[in-house]
Design a protein. Structure first.
Length: 187
């Protein structure tokens, strides 16, 4: 049976639960494209089956932040995903902040191990700094999924260099995610 990857393109196309903005970009648009490209790569490999939280750019999940998050988790749990992967861009008041990082529920977990491989591959392919893995047990999508869950902050939308890379080369981030999954699953 194929390994099921639920790709959550973080945020909605509009409020509630819209994402960060920076350098003329919207987080929800950037991660939508990266998610679609990641799904395309996974679907080409018979070892994987992928599903998107937002199959179209205008898919709106819920009418509140809480409902939006609940729908994403419920879909992944009901589908029986093996991994919940939530894609995001970071933001900072410091425009020089740069790099990729991952958030997981706890250290001694499969999610932590997946995050290590994902970040190593994303960093190797994009050239962005690996900022490490952080524990965030309070995040709904990390604590309420029935499977390992990783929230990826792919780069800083508020950093001009990161933002350009995210916008102009979404395929690089998708390739980094794909290679990280291949590494983790030993494929």
């Amino acid at each position: 049976m194929a390994i099921r990857i639920y790709i959550d393109q973080g945020h909605n196309p509009q409020n509630p639960n819209a994402g960060a903005e920076g350098n003329g970009l919207r987080e929800q648009d950037v991660v939508f494209r990266i998610g679609v490209e990641t799904k395309r790569l996974l679907d080409q490999n018979p070892d994987f089956e992928a599903r998107l939280s937002r199959p179209t750019a205008d898919t709106q999940l819920g009418f509140s932040n809480a409902e939006s998050l609940q729908i994403r988790v419920r879909e992944a749990n009901t589908w029986g995903a093996n991994l919940f992967l939530s894609l995001h861009t970071n933001a900072s008041d410091n425009p020089t902040a740069s790099g990729s990082e991952a958030l997981v529920f706890r250290r001694d977990s499969a999610a932590y191990a997946v995050a290590e491989d994902l970040l190593a591959s994303i960093s190797a392919i994009t050239g962005l700094r690996n900022r490490g893995i952080f524990l965030r047990p309070g995040l709904f999508v990390l604590r309420r999924t029935a499977m390992p869950a990783v929230l990826l902050e792919l780069g800083f939308i508020t950093n001009p260099g990161d933002a350009a890379l995210l916008s102009e080369n979404p395929r690089l981030f998708a390739q980094g995610i794909y290679q990280g999954l291949l590494r983790y699953y030993g494929l």
